[in-house]
Design a protein around this ligand. Structure first.
Ligand code: NAD
Length: 386
């Protein structure tokens, strides 16, 4: 079948297997060039098929020379529709890892469920004995808890309506978008889905099953961003969930002290992923940020970020953290000179000058690459198996 991109708003409903493989291959090539470092050898990645989780799995394999178990929630092809990109990414990753002699097994199912936790524990028991690093990189719109309740995550403010410039992805115009305030129930729902409760559940399950190695490390990812996006992100519903994630790191450190488990939060850079392109107002900030960071030669994608996390932060002699104990991979993004320039552009950007002032091309390149499209070395006119 010939597969073409079908873009609907902030999502593409098709994915290209050969292109997804190319995406994985490029990340592997980048990370191999950074070289190997000492670190954990049995790494569980929860949310391992796209974005930061996929980059983490690749980096753990090729920087740490680690075996990995990846958990993800992806759709297989039904013969008519393509599979989701995370499905193709995982197939490709396993193939490369296998060729290079690395253990890589994946569980495709709901990470929030008891069943998947039990499957992972069985696999660890059978194949590894214990796990020494857990990377928690879930981004999900919903979560069903053990009692059968389904909670939804929403992207809203917590303090009244917020109106600001927004980029209309369909026609590259700029108009205003208004984000409404969440109800208390919606705030709580978002915290249930994107907060740290399930991260803690994972640690409890692994610990109770006695598959957590002594002095293991666990890390989850957060975002802060500039004041501009505070109403929709940092002080919005998702920000409340991220505060809960931060508190959960403290809870894990306190409650699993006897096992020597260390929990970290890494505050990462804003990047185009399936999760982040769904946030209103934010894509325009991304496109301006890309422009400014590329001009200064400090732009990074997920793999460059995670490469730096392993090489310069997590496994350095003393882990550099901020006053709240967080690792800051957003250090370049938040540099005052970068933010000043971004704000300057934000104030003057409009439909006429958007192509000149923002990295529209770079945004779309990242977007299409996520789904396996627009790689210049792939022949998209060739028939492929779904
Ligand atoms: P993503 O959408 O690319 O990846 C999400 C992953 O979670 C995928 O592997 C998906 O299969 C998996 N997943 C979703 N629901 C699942 C479920 N129920 N069971 C099992 N797996 C499930 O997202 P991302 O942007 O890489 O986000 C990962 C983390 O990084 C999130 O915590 C996010 O807030 C954080 N983060 C993202 C950015 C950004 O700009 N993208 C910046 C900083 C921090």
């Amino acid at each position: 079948m010939i597969i073409e991109p079908k873009v609907r708003g902030f999502i593409c409903t098709t994915a290209h297997p050969t292109g997804c493989k190319e995406n994985v291959k490029r990340q592997i090539t980048y990370i191999k060039n950074l070289g190997e470092i000492n670190g954990p050898k049995k790494v569980l990645v929860i949310g391992a098929s796209t974005g930061y989780g996929l980059a983490s799995r690749i980096a753990a394999t090729y920087c740490l020379n680690a075996s990995t178990i990846g958990v993800m929630f992806e759709k297989e092809s039904n013969g008519k529709r393509t599979a989701t990109p995370g499905f193709y990414n995982t197939m490709a990753f396993e193939e490369f890892a296998d060729q290079d002699g690395h253990y890589a097994k994946s569980i495709n199912g709901d990470a929030f469920s008891q069943e998947v936790k039990a499957q992972v524990i069985d696999l660890i028991k059978n194949d590894w004995g214990k796990v020494d690093m857990i990377i928690y990189s879930l981004a999900s719109p919903r979560r069903t808890t053990a009692d059968g309740t389904t909670y939804q995550s929403v992207l809203k403010t917590t303090d009244g309506e917020f109106t600001n410039k927004s980029w209309n992805l369909k026609d590259n115009t700029i108009s205003e978008a208004t984000i409404t305030a969440a109800t208390e129930e919606e705030v709580q729902g978002t915290v249930k889905v994107m907060g740290g409760e399930d991260w803690i559940d994972w640690m409890k399950a692994l610990s109770d099953a006695d598959v957590l190695a002594e002095n293991a490390t666990t890390i989850a990812f957060s975002y802060i961003g500039p004041k501009l996006t505070y109403p929709v992100y940092y002080n919005g519903t998702i920000g409340m969930a991220k505060k809960h994630l931060q508190e959960s790191a403290s809870f894990i450190n306190e409650n699993f002290k006897s096992k020597g488990l260390h929990a970290y939060i890494s505050v990462n850079k804003a990047l185009v992923t399936q999760a982040s392109s769904a946030i209103p107002i934010v894509p325009l900030y991304f496109a301006i940020l890309y422009k400014v960071m590329k001009q200064k030669n400090i732009h990074e994608g997920c793999i460059e970020q995670i490469g730096r996390l392993l090489h310069e932060k997590l496994f350095s002699d003393s882990i550099p953290v901020d006053e709240e104990g967080r690792i800051r991979l957003d250090d370049y993004e938040m540099r005052p000179d970068i933010q000043e320039e971004v704000m300057d552009i934000w104030n003057k950007i409009n439909s006429e000058n958007i192509e000149e002032l923002a990295d529209i091309e770079g945004y779309w390149e990242d977007f299409y690459h996520m789904f396996g499209f627009h790689f210049e070395n792939i022949d998209y006119s060739v028939d492929v198996e779904l």
